[in-house]
Structures are given as structure tokens and as C-alpha cells.
Design a protein around this ligand. Structure first.
Ligand code: FAD
Length: 488
């Protein structure tokens, strides 16, 4: 690495950047990690996955308290939520995880960590805190920020995004959420459960727009039954500050002008890549509306500069960022050409019920022109779901023309955990017959995975042809009960 200070320089200490840093340092590459905030961990730890899942759990417990009667327990009158205490719990969970992402830990692994905002001076070096630092390869892993749409009046009010929502001093009385995507839906249900009156406005005809509508509607119906109010097919036109509240003016699904007012407005309409201020224009790294352009090996328009995680605008998940970090290490450190493959990248929205997905759904299969068949199994037929009082939802499996599974969606209890079995089945090319024959513990919600595979085989195994064959070979005598005589 003659001439360069480092083998690899990483910009951004979130899921993608930390994966690259830890991998390359442990492989012996001289590694520099640069983070602009005071702490490592990125959005997932401070403003994303960790606080949201902590909040969702708190809201779930409160919801269970309020619904104790449904479980044969005395109905309790739960006192109102003190959001400051909820927020303190969120901070304490983050604090514990933060220790895993400390500067010292990465130093022990062999990487140098610097804090500051680097700007590319040329293709191999950045200016950082008044110094020039060079590296043979660079990785841009600066993540994404909430996209704030150009809505009339929005810049005149104190709206919130995922950056503020976990750190509020008190529970808002009411909240209008712009966007019914994963963040809007998760936060909408959680705050509604905690006692905020929640309205969700989205321009689409369904929430969770990437998902099949029937699956997303399962979640929406539960949220509606709990009191969340949806305005779909609606476009927001303006926002006004009205003393203690904010008013939102929008065109509703009928094209009429409608108004809503609430104390708080949460903007959750999408993400924008953090590319600003890095000097990418100067060195000619190509950026489009969704993020830094990369090839399948995650190389930018300069082959020694990689972009991993949210900043490349692909799949905006922590596990996608981690996966991409591994791809970069293979390409940049091992020099083993490795392409990212998202065919079986799973994801989950942590509403109740959860909605998890892997592979193709009906929307993407139709868009790709693939002929498929759909197999469905309802949670209301799963004994454990009934025992748990969690019978809403279904699993949907798509098979291609050769009867091979191409995707699974699960809307139901623990969907995010249930989809893991399909991660193994699809990546490992496990036959459906193997899954159908494998013994699963009873009573578990996971039995639904075996059941749906069995549903596919049932008509084949118990067909008239098989029955006739068995009668012919073994002289079986047929039905012992029921109105229909065995067909001769
Ligand atoms: C509310 C919410 C809930 C979410 N829940 C989930 C979930 O349940 N599961 C899931 O998989 N994903 C979830 N996500 C998405 C997940 O947080 C992101 O996909 C993930 O954080 C992306 O990792 P990253 O490394 O690309 O970016 P980040 O984790 O955002 O890391 C980027 C880092 O770069 C730093 N940085 C930015 N600009 C510069 C600069 N110029 N110089 C130096 N450093 C810079 C940032 O400070 C940050 O530390 C959620 C997101 C949100 C907002």
C-alpha cells in the first residue's frame, strides 16, 4: 500500500460501516473508520430499529394490560403513560447496546476510529479535521435521513421524524403521521396503544406499499380495530400551525379538500441518502435520486470506492447493510469478486401482527411475468396461536410453475421469527417435501410452516388415484363412516 495511509477507509459508523471495519481490521487490513456523530452505532441504534422495537414492546405490554380481560384476568384500569419514563427505558437499552459499538472495541480489533466530517479531496484521500488522510480503498456507508417532502407550510411548524419521536418529553394527545410505510405503521400502532389519537395519511391505496395488499390489509384492519384512523388515496397539500395544534389540509380519496388537526405531526414518507457534504461531485462518484450508484459488487463509478447500506438506496434494512458490508470486505480486502444477491433477502414490519416477507410476493411475481400458484394457511388453525389469543393472520406461499417455492409472506404472530425457517429452506434449496415431513415441536406457532408445506401435498397424497391403487394392491375396504361411499 505504498503511498497510502490506510488500506481501507470507512465513512459512517452504522451497520454497514461497522461490519466493514470489524471484518477488514480482523483480516489485518489497516483500517480507518470516520463517524460524524459523537458515538458509533448509526440510525439503527439511536433512531431506528433499537428504539422502535423497545417502544413497540412497551406499547404491547400496555395494550396487554388494558386487554387483560380477554385472557380471563381481572380487567384493569391502566393509568396514563408517562412518556418520559418510556423514553428513559429506550435510552437505557440503547446505552447497553452502545457498549458493543464503542470506539475501544474497534480499536481492540485493530481499527482506528476518528470523529469528524470528511470531504473527498481526490479519489484516494479525504480532508478530515484539518488533515489529509489517504486510503487505497474507501467505503461510503453514511446511511440515510428522513425525506421531508416540499409541503406548503411544513417548514413553519415543529414536525417530528424518527430522530425526535423516541425522545419526546411527554405523550402527544394526537398525532398525524405522513406515510403508512413501515415506520409510520409501526409508530402509529405503538403510539395509539400508548394513548395518542393517531391518524395516518398516505397517497397509496394500501399501507406498506411494497407488500401484497391482502397481507397489508390484515395489519391495517387490526390497527383500525384498535382506533388508528387511515386516510388512504389522500395527498397532503398544506400544513398550518393553529395555536396548540397543527392542521393538515389534504385531498381525500374522493378528491375533496379535507382537514385534520393534531398536536404532533410525524413525517415518515421515505428516506433520502446521506451524500451531501462528502465532495462526491468533485471526484465524480455518481449519485442518483435514491442513492450512490453501485454495481453488483457495490463498487461506485470509481472501482476502489464502495457504497454499502442505506446510502446506495437498495434495501433499507440493518441486515441488508450488514450483508453488504460483508460483500465489500470480500471484494476490497480478500479481492474475491463477490456480487450482492437479494433474491432471498427477508424483512419484517414489527406491527402487531408482524408482516414478514422473503422472496417474491404476488406483486413482484406479476411484475416479473412469472406464473405462480398461491397456498395459504390461517393462524386460526394453529393450536398455539389459539392458546396465545393470536389467531389473526395467515401465511402465504408462492410456487412457480415447477412447483418450487419462490416466496413466502407471513402476517401473524412472530412472523419475523417464523420467516427464518424459510430463509434456510429457500437459501438451502430444501425440498418442500422435506419441510412437510420434518417433525416440528407441538404446540408451536412455527408448525404453520410445516402445515403450509403439507397443504400443498395433501391433495396429491389423498387423491382418488392413490386410494384406488391402495384398494387394488392391499384390498382396503374404504370408508367406515360418512355419507359418500368410496368410489368403485
Ligand atoms: C424508525 C426506524 C426503524 C427501523 N427499524 C428497522 C428494523 O426493525 N429492522 C431493520 O433491519 N432496519 C430498520 N430500520 C432501517 C435501519 O435503521 C437502516 O437500514 C440501517 O441503519 C442502515 O445502516 P447504514 O449503516 O446504512 O446507515 P446508519 O446506520 O444510518 O449509519 C450511517 C452512519 O454514518 C454517519 N454519517 C453520516 N454522514 C456522515 C459523514 N458525512 N461523515 C461521517 N459519518 C457520517 C451517521 O452518523 C451514521 O452513524 C429502521 C429505520 C428507522 C428510521
Amino acid at each position: 500500500m505504498a503511498g497510502y495511509d490506510y488500506d481501507i477507509g470507512v465513512i459512517g459508523g452504522g451497520a454497514a460501516g461497522l461490519t466493514v471495519t470489524s471484518g477488514s481490521a480482523q483480516l489485518g487490513a489497516k483500517t480507518l473508520l470516520i463517524e460524524k456523530e459523537k458515538e458509533l452505532g448509526g440510525d439503527c441504534l439511536h433512531f431506528g430499529c433499537v428504539p422502535s422495537k423497545t417502544l413497540i414492546k412497551t406499547a404491547h405490554v400496555y395494550h396487554m394490560m388494558k386487554n387483560a380481560g380477554k385472557y380471563g384476568l381481572p380487567q384493569v384500569d391502566a393509568p396514563p403513560v408517562d412518556f418520559k419514563t418510556v423514553s428513559d427505558r429506550i435510552k437505557s437499552v440503547i446505552g447497553v447496546i452502545q457498549k458493543h459499538d464503542s470506539k475501544e472495541r474497534f480499536c481492540n480489533l485493530g481499527a482506528r476510529v476518528e470523529f469528524g466530517e470528511p470531504v473527498f479531496a481526490d479519489e484516494h484521500s479525504v480532508r478530515l479535521n484539518g488533515k489529509t488522510v489517504s486510503a487505497k480503498s474507501w467505503v461510503i456507508a453514511t446511511g440515510s435521513s428522513p425525506f421531508v417532502p416540499p409541503i406548503d407550510g411544513l417548514d413553519t411548524i415543529d414536525y417530528i421524524t424518527n430522530k425526535e419521536i423516541f425522545y419526546l418529553d411527554r405523550l402527544p394527545r394526537s398525532m398525524i403521521i405522513f406515510g403508512g410505510g413501515p415506520i409510520g405503521s409501526e409508530m402509529g400502532q405503538a403510539f395509539n396503544r400508548l394513548g395518542t389519537k393517531v391518524y395516518i395519511v398516505d397517497r397509496g391505496d394500501q399501507i406498506l406499499g411494497k407488500e401484497d395488499k391482502d397481507m397489508a390489509d390484515t395489519v391495517k384492519q387490526v390497527m383500525e380495530s384498535e382506533g388508528v384512523v387511515f386516510h388512504l388515496n389522500s395527498s397532503i397539500e398544506a400544513v398550518k400551525h393553529l395555536g396548540n395544534e397543527n392542521e393538515v389540509i389534504f385531498k381525500d380519496s374522493e378528491g375533496r379538500t379535507a382537514r385534520l388537526s393534531a398536536e404532533t405531526i410525524l413525517v415518515a414518507v421515505g428516506r433520502t441518502p446521506n451524500t451531501h457534504g462528502l465532495g462526491l461531485e468533485r471526484i465524480g462518484v455518481r449519485v442518483n435520486r435514491t442513492g450512490i450508484e453501485v454495481d453488483q459488487r457495490l463498487r461506485t463509478s470509481h472501482r476502489h470506492i464502495y457504497a454499502a447500506g442505506d446510502v446506495n438506496g437498495g434495501f433499507l434494512f440493518t441486515h441488508a447493510a450488514g450483508y453488504e458490508g460483508g460483500i465489500v470486505v470480500s471484494n476490497a480486502v480478500f479481492r474475491l469478486p463477490r456480487k450482492a444477491d437479494y433474491t432471498y433477502l427477508p424483512w419484517c414490519t414489527y406491527t402487531d401482527p408482524e408482516l414478514a416477507s422473503i422472496g417474491m410476493n404476488e406483486k413482484s411475481a406479476r411484475a416479473a411475468g412469472i406464473n405462480y400458484s398461491v397456498w395459504v394457511e390461517a393462524f386460526e388453525n394453529n393450536d398455539r396461536s389459539l392458546a396465545e389469543g393470536e389467531k389473526i393472520g395467515k401465511i402465504k406461499m408462492l410456487l412457480d410453475e415447477r412447483e418450487k417455492p419462490i416466496g413466502v409472506q407471513i402476517a401473524g404472530p412472530h412472523a419475523g421469527d417464523l420467516v427464518s425457517e424459510w430463509v434456510a429452506v429457500l437459501n438451502g434449496k430444501v425440498k418442500l417435501s422435506t419441510l412437510a415431513a420434518a417433525v416440528h415441536p407441538y404446540p408451536t406457532i412455527g408448525e404453520i410452516n410445516k402445515k403450509i408445506a403439507g397443504t400443498f401435498f395433501t391433495p396429491k397424497i389423498f387423491s382418488d388415484r392413490i386410494k384406488k391403487g391402495l384398494k387394488f394392491f392391499f384390498n382396503l375396504k374404504g370408508r367406515a363412516c360418512g355419507p359418500e361411499p368410496f368410489e368403485e
